[in-house]
Design a protein around this ligand. Structure first.
Ligand SMILES: C[S@@+](CC[C@H](N)C(=O)[O-])C[C@H]1O[C@@H](n2cnc3c(N)ncnc32)[C@H](O)[C@@H]1O
Length: 300
């Protein structure tokens, strides 16, 4: 079965950075449902795409029937240096982070707290999943995950309660975990979001090593940037956005054209504040409401 429901985000905003340019080499590090890649291909650009997801591989193979200018690599983008890429440098690199609607719809991955599923949440085919985290992590590690990645104020109280509950019975499903969250007595932060949101986010970030993947990739990205090329990153939560913001700040080109990072490359920051989706887009695609786009121009 192929899941193909994902709507690409902020496409006009992204295209505005390469308006009128032809035959660009573009690296799409988060191919997902191929939404962004397809738009680049339709404009005649050359797309090198990466995604770790099996469903993305199937979609990429279908896309190849209509477009010859795409090559797809099923891999984690953090391992970009291990890939045999046709192009060595790119005019435009995009990361549209996190998971796709296709993955959200896939009950085997179990990312949603609205549908019951076996505990997993790993959408990048690695060894770690939410079941292992919840049933095998010690108190200190659970605490770290809920505190750092869920920003849950009473992470300690929650970790202790999980350890007590799992000693009675292993936690096997998303709904069992939600029951535990409900019974834990923890005061979850916001009344605006579902009370399980932060805990689910924490498990998802840990299971997929989301932040580490991004940090590792950002250490390497300059090697793949064409001079004057753009790096565009869409993030969906503040922890990711902070990493992106700090990356551009730490590697920014100064006004006197000196490089901030003491190396001979840097970025001109093109988005002082992150670009967010228009009201119109948010109405059409609710998922876009939390998206933040930051873009830099590579200078060498
Ligand atoms: C928000 S979706 C991208 C959607 C895509 N831009 C589109 O328009 O269809 C994010 C995708 O990035 C992939 N992804 C996230 N982190 C990744 C990583 N570290 N390595 C490879 N793929 C990753 C996910 O598997 C998912 O398919």
């Amino acid at each position: 079965m192929i899941f193909d429901n994902h709507i690409p985000i902020m496409t006009n905003e992204i295209l505005s950075f390469i308006d009128g340019k032809k035959n660009l080499s573009i690296l799409d590090c988060t191919f997902g449902g191929g939404g962004h890649s397809k738009i680049f291909l339709e404009k005649g650009h050359f797309v090198t795409a990466i995604d770790q997801d099996n469903n993305s591989l199937k979609i990429a193979n279908m896309l190849k029937n209509n477009f010859s200018n795409i090559s797809f690599h099923k891999s984690n983008f953090k391992d970009i240096d291990l890939l045999k890429l046709k192009f060595k440098k790119f005019n435009f690199i995009i990361l549209d982070l996190g998971f796709s609607s296709n993955q959200l719809d896939n009950n085997n991955i179990g990312l949603s707290f609205k549908i019951n599923a076996d505990l997993n949440m790993n959408y990048l085919c690695s060894d770690l999943d939410a079941y292992k985290i919840l049933n095998h992590y010690d108190e200190e590690d659970l605490n770290r995950v809920f505190h750092l990645y869920g920003e849950i104020n009473q992470a300690e109280k929650l970790s202790k309660f999980i350890i007590q509950q799992r000693s009675i019975k292993k936690i096997k499903t998303n709904f069992e975990f939600i029951e535990i969250l409900r019974d834990s007595g923890v005061n979850f932060r916001s009344k605006k979001i579902h009370f399980a949101t932060q805990a689910f986010q924490a498990l998802r970030i840990e299971a997929n090593n989301e932040l580490e993947n991004l940090l590792i990739f950002l250490k390497k990205v300059h090697k793949y940037m064409q001079i004057d090329g753009h790096l565009a990153i869409i993030s969906f939560h503040s922890l990711e956005d902070r990493i992106v913001k700090n990356f551009f700040r730490d590697n920014k080109v100064k006004k006197n054209n000196k490089f901030h990072n003491n190396e001979n490359w840097g970025f001109e920051i093109l988005t002082k504040k992150p670009i967010t989706a228009s009201k119109h887009e948010i109405i059409k695609n609710n998922r876009s409401r939390s998206a933040k786009l930051r873009v830099g121009r590579f200078i060498n």
